[in-house]
Design a protein around this ligand. Structure first.
Ligand SMILES: [Zn+2]
Length: 240
């Protein structure tokens, strides 16, 4: 069947196009871009959560500093009382001293906590700077790789354009119903045309009934494999 010979040529170009499309999809640059993009998204999320964390820490430091100031003020007030001319009863003095010692303890603890928090904040900031540096590098790399990828894609698309033109030109010589059938099968199976190998369909390796084999060889009509639905083609029939 002449239509089938043409469809076979159509398929050759169609499959070549598939290869280019796959090449585009699997290109190293594209994989790298996907990886970089995922990395950047993850770091972006990371930075947002670090930002919240930093706010929380800053608030905590503020609160502690206020508490520290409050305690210091109280101790100053008591010292002022001690230094004043006012007469202080021994019981009162004892209370003041006791409270002063307790305050002193609390102030020392606050100082420790503040020191710890300040150190944490410092570590945090250096971690933040580190991430920001890495993100900046990744962004720069993304731009570089993208440039490279765009060149690659442009080249592949040019090839694809040429192939498509050739394929579609061949397609013009194919019966519309047959081409529609081809496209329909292509949506789920590729290649669409299956070679007759002895009495087997080389798409699914199913043995075909001799009547089916004969019909394919006759080439008077389109025969589909009963098992996989591909269009069977007797390649021997191609005039060399
Ligand atoms: Zn089959």
């Amino acid at each position: 069947m002449e239509g089938l010979n043409t469809l076979w040529k159509y398929q050759e170009l169609d499959l070549l196009m598939d290869q280019y499309i796959l090449e585009k999809k699997n290109s190293d640059s594209r994989q790298k871009l996907v990886k970089l993009k995922n990395y950047l998204i993850k770091q972006e999320e990371n930075l947002v959560s670090m930002d919240k964390d930093a706010d929380r820490k800053m608030n905590l430091i503020d609160k502690m500093q206020r508490e520290y100031t409050g305690l210091s003020d109280r101790i100053q007030a008591q010292l002022a009382k001690l230094k004043s001319e006012e007469e202080i009863l021994p019981e009162e003095l004892e209370v003041i001293i006791k409270e002063g010692m307790a305050l002193n303890d609390r102030i020392r603890r606050k100082e420790e906590e503040l020191k710890k928090l300040t150190q944490e904040m410092k570590d945090f900031q250096s971690r933040l700077a580190n991430i920001q540096r890495k993100v900046a590098n990744a962004k720069k790399e993304y731009v570089d790789v993208k440039k490279h990828y765009d060149v690659e894609v442009k080249k592949i698309n040019e090839e694809l354009g040429k192939l498509k033109e050739q394929r579609d030109k061949i397609g013009e010589g194919i019966d519309k119903a047959l081409l529609a059938k081809y496209k329909n099968i292509k949506a789920s199976r590729s290649p669409v045309i299956s070679i007759l190998m002895g009495n087997q369909c080389d798409g699914c390796f199913m043995s075909l009934a001799s009547l089916v084999v004969q019909r394919v060889k006759d080439g008077k009509r389109i025969v589909e494999c009963e098992n996989c639905g591909r269009i069977l083609f007797d390649k021997e029939s191609i005039p060399s």
